[in-house]
Design a protein. Structure first.
Length: 139
């Protein structure tokens, strides 16, 4: 069995952003040479997420609005986490809702997706450098 590891780095210019990283993950899969196995893609920061869904701007806007209703950024004093001097208590909750990682099967050297599926990096406390881990195992 082979193993491959790579870190992808992002610096979203806005506080909240969704970035399609499917091509970067495909590039990693190609570099790995693995034809059958699994790909793990996970956010390495507790205020960011990796998830699978449709690459449709209306859906992404719906996510932003829905998440803001569930865990509004302001007033920042509403979160006990922010008592430490932080202002990102909402970002931790948003990450928990959207998830830490995805696992995708690799079949015939390709990501084995259903219709419309794409991989996204979700940023909830942006404007600084963060990373995503891509780990591929297989033959």
């Amino acid at each position: 069995m082979k193993s491959y590891r790579k870190e992808l780095w992002f610096n979203a210019p806005t506080r909240v952003a969704f970035i399609n990283i499917t091509q970067q993950v495909n590039d990693c899969l190609r570099e790995s040479g693995i034809k059958e196995g699994m790909v793990l893609v996970n956010a390495m920061h507790i205020t960011a997420s990796v998830f699978i869904n449709d690459d449709e701007s209306g859906l992404h806007n719906d996510y932003k609005e829905w998440l803001e209703k569930l865990a509004p950024h302001e007033p920042v004093r509403q979160y006990r986490h922010n008592d430490t001097g932080e202002d990102n208590g909402d970002a931790h909750l948003k990450r928990q809702i959207m998830g830490r990682e995805v696992v995708v099967a690799v079949t015939g050297g390709k990501l084995d997706f259903g219709p419309w599926e794409q991989i996204f990096y979700g940023e909830f406390d942006g404007r600084r450098r963060k990373r995503v881990l891509v780990k591929i195992i297989g033959e």
